[in-house]
Design a protein around this ligand. Structure first.
Ligand SMILES: C[S@@+](CC[C@H](N)C(=O)[O-])C[C@H]1O[C@@H](n2cnc3c(N)ncnc32)[C@H](O)[C@@H]1O
Ligand code: SF4
Length: 358
């Protein structure tokens, strides 16, 4: 798919959203595919880690994965290979990334990096992955290990630094690397401790982002596991339903990455094409509930969701900025995302969901 068509498709998504259309002539340019919903950690802010999944757990079959990529490559720019689990657990993760890259789709990864051995670091660098977000929620050992239960601060940090040094020694520009730190409020940390920690990444990482934690749809809406912002207002419709696709390890199409329990399953790509599901009755009903304001009755999952609780900027809703930024990144590179994030934070006057700190 060429870069211009991806931009055009995003403009159509925005026009369909503002035109209050529920049946869409655009398909998503950005997908989340779930290699697995299994995980080795017990993170306090994650339904997978907190054993809240009531659906079967498993690993996506490689033939199913290829079938999905073969369909969506005609209209997709990027695919994040992670939803509710740790993707480096999947025995064919590197083949999955390579298959997407060879099909003209940028494969992206979110990982906890606990399994990123030196051998896997080599394989990851050669897999065609263009973007990695390393989840590392804390500036010091006690803070990190309270959030990422089961992970060892020094070992995981060592894995990440080793990967970054390897990338540097090979002179590679890609993957673009981000250290993602969720602000969970589990433990205080001094400015000096923060500075000391961040200095370890000097000259190695492309970007460090601190991020506001979400209630993962409604999963943690009443939880005291961590501190979070309550939605004082909602800003429907959720633009992700107009712009992004989510497919779980067993082929179930979900409206949203936060639907870890498949409460709003829209269909299955083993039985239907993604394009048919995208404009199927269930998707249309959900989009209509967003347009007429009845979404909380139709989709309790949306209660207190961070995407719906974040105001639009210049008429562009929070959810769709991801795909718009991605499509512009195709032309100007990942540096653009950093600039866009800096600009968005300026316009938000200090309120942020994600903020660059280096
Ligand atoms: C569910 S994880 C799956 C990928 C991988 N296991 C990891 O931890 O990065 C995907 C992303 O969700 C983030 N995440 C987990 N719980 C969250 C929450 N309650 N609010 C916001 N982000 C969350 C993680 O930091 C990570 O960036
Ligand atoms: S946030 Fe990632 S690493 Fe932590 S439990 Fe969830 S899926 Fe696993």
């Amino acid at each position: 798919m060429n870069k211009l068509s991806i931009i055009r498709s995003n403009i159509s998504a925005l026009a369909n959203l503002h035109g209050k259309k529920s049946k869409l002539d655009n398909l998503p340019t950005y997908f989340w595919l779930e290699p697995t919903n299994n995980c080795n950690l017990k993170c306090v802010m994650c339904p997978t880690g907190m054993d809240m999944l009531e659906v079967d757990k498993g690993f996506m079959d490689f033939d199913l994965y290829k079938k999905i990529i073969d369909e969506i490559k005609n209209y997709t720019s990027a695919v994040t290979l992670a939803v509710s689990g740790e993707s480096l657990y999947h025995p064919k993760f590197f083949e999955m990334a390579r298959y997407a890259a060879d099909s003209g789709i940028k494969p992206l990864l979110n990982t906890n990096a606990t399994m990123l051995t030196p051998n896997k670091a080599e394989m990851l660098l050669d897999s065609g992955i263009t973007f990695i977000s390393f989840a590392f929620d804390g500036f010091k050992k006690s803070q990190y290990e309270k959030a990422r239960v089961g992970a060892d601060f020094d070992k995981t940090l060592g894995n990440i630094i080793n990967f970054l040094e390897l990338k540097k020694s090979k002179g590679k520009d890609l993957p673009y690397t981000v250290l993602s730190i969720l602000m969970l409020g589990l433990e205080e940390c001094s400015e000096e401790e923060k500075r000391e920690f961040l200095a370890r990444f000097d000259g190695l990482i492309d970007e460090i982002r601190v991020r506001e934690v979400s209630t993962w749809g409604s999963s943690f809406k009443n939880s005291d596991n961590f501190s979070f912002r309550q939605n004082s207002l909602y800003y429907p419709p959720c633009s992700r339903l107009w712009s992004t696709g989510v497919i779980s390890w067993d082929g179930t199409v979900l409206p949203c990455i936060y639907d870890s329990n498949h409460e709003l399953a829209m269909g299955n790509v083993k039985e239907q094409s993604f394009a048919d599901i995208w404009n199927g009755d269930s998707m249309l009903k959900l989009r209509n509930s967003m347009l007429d304001g009845t979404f909380l009755k139709y989709s309790p999952l949306c209660e207190n969701c961070i995407v719906l609780g974040t105001p639009p900027i210049m008429g562009i809703p929070s959810g769709i900025r991801l795909t718009i930024a991605d499509s512009i990144t195709n032309v100007f590179g990942y540096g653009f995302e950093r600039m866009a994030l800096l600009l968005a934070n300026k316009l938000r006057k200090g309120n942020f969901t994600s903020k660059t700190v280096n």
